[in-house]
Design a binder for this molecule. Structure first.
Ligand code: NAI
Ligand code: PYR
Length: 352
């Protein structure tokens, strides 16, 4: 039977009969009086490799009722929207929309920004800065205008400085501006440790903090596996380990992104899962601790300026709820402060 959508979105049959009402009248009346779960809306800006990996993970994990895609290229955007809509029969019911016009993002609970230039082979994340700041000047103000109560989750690189830029451009309180930061690096770290010890990565508690990039800091002193603190366990058992081996694992984490970019041109799947994981914690108010980029001033002796970098932060429906006080060795604290200085040096050259 041919059906088309009325302007109100309901299905009309021949002669203008509202089929939705005809089929579901009694059920709809019952539904109107029954409590429904809270409605969520997520907007993803940038429908490239990263934006689409995030969108697809969000859909398969049933994290939202409405998903909006925004990009600057209309044909690509519509193609991506249709391609996702065509999977409707296999996915939880989600309204998917796309537009180059930011009004489509109206009333979003979470806005994820992935738009922008990405690294070419061998290029550092910090190299992308000025190009992506210019884009953010077009992206952040309309997002903030259409969704004044939203949480901004920044993914575009260099993510720490761009999270600072998004904070400034939005005028939002800092608890509602978060960078995906080292949530991804920490997953790479946990994977490598798990692989080394032949355990499940989900049983490895381990944080990379600081810059999402070359000056990141591995918090070896607080790593535990299945509740057992790894380094103190090895020391108590007098099991020898080489500091160099630890450094090499951290180097592998840093090199991980460069290697993937060298091999396939970009990274996408892991960041898709990483950001969907953050979206779940935020929208479902899970209050889990994630290493993400937050306004770090005042924590762990970082006092030089308004810098965003990754610290273990508790997240929930209100955004950043707090920063946990993980014990750091003197060396780890110094490395974290050095990482803050690296970011600040770049940030101080910015004209926003
Ligand atoms: N924070 C993290 O852990 C990670 C960050 N990234 C970063 O994510 C960003 C995106 O990477 P990819 O998706 O691979 O790049 P891509 O080139 O595939 O996609 C970028 C998209 O942004 C869109 N875009 C450009 N200007 C726009 C504007 N003014 N408004 C809306 N959309 C616009 C482009 O049309 C394109 O679709 C890069 O900066 C990359 O470095 C990538 C992986 C991990
Ligand atoms: C590209 C990037 O930032 C990453 O995969 O870590």
């Amino acid at each position: 039977m041919a059906m088309h959508k009325s302007s109100s979105g309901s299905a009309l049959g021949p002669g203008g009969l509202d089929l939705t009402q005809a089929f579901f009248k009694s059920i709809m009346n019952a539904a109107a009086s029954s409590p429904t779960k809270r409605h969520n809306k997520i907007s993803v800006v940038g429908a490239g490799n990263v934006g689409m990996a995030i969108a697809q993970t969000i859909l398969t994990q049933d994290l939202t009722d409405e998903l909006v895609l925004v990009d600057a290229i209309p044909d690509k955007l519509r193609g991506e929207m249709l391609d996702l809509q065509h999977a409707a029969a296999f996915l939880p019911r989600t309204r998917i929309q796309a537009s180059t016009d930011y009004s489509v993002t109206l009333g979003s609970d979470l806005c994820i920004v992935t738009a922008g230039a990405r690294q070419i082979n061998g290029e550092s994340r910090l190299n992308l800065l000025q190009r992506n700041v210019t884009l953010f000047q077009k992206i952040i103000p309309p997002l903030a205008r259409y969704s004044p109560d939203t949480i901004l989750l920044i993914v575009s690189n260099p993510v720490d400085v761009l999270t600072y830029v998004a904070w400034k451009l939005s005028g939002f309180p800092s608890n509602r501006v978060i960078g995906s930061g080292t949530n991804l690096d920490s997953s790479r770290f946990r994977f490598l440790i798990a692989d080394h010890l032949d355990v499940n990565a989900q049983d490895v508690q381990a944080f990379i903090v600081g810059e999402h990039g070359d000056s990141s800091v591995a918090l070896w002193s607080s790593i535990s596996v299945g509740g057992v603190p790894v380094l103190s366990f090895l020391e108590k058992q007098e099991i020898a380990y080489e500091k160099e081996m630890l450094e090499n694992i951290h180097k592998e984490v840093i090199q991980g992104a460069y290697e993937v970019i060298n091999l396939k041109g970009y990274t996408s799947w892991a960041i898709g899962y990483s950001v969907a994981n953050l979206a779940r914690t935020i929208l479902r108010d899970q209050r889990r601790v994630h290493p993400v980029s937050v306004l770090a001033k005042g924590f762990y002796g970082i006092d030089d300026g308004e810098v965003f970098l990754s610290l273990p932060a508790q997240l929930g429906r209100g955004g950043v709820l707090g920063v946990t006080n993980v014990h750091l060795t003197e060396e780890e604290t110094q490395r974290l402060r050095d990482s803050a200085k690296t970011i600040l040096q770049v940030q101080n050259q910015l004209v926003i």
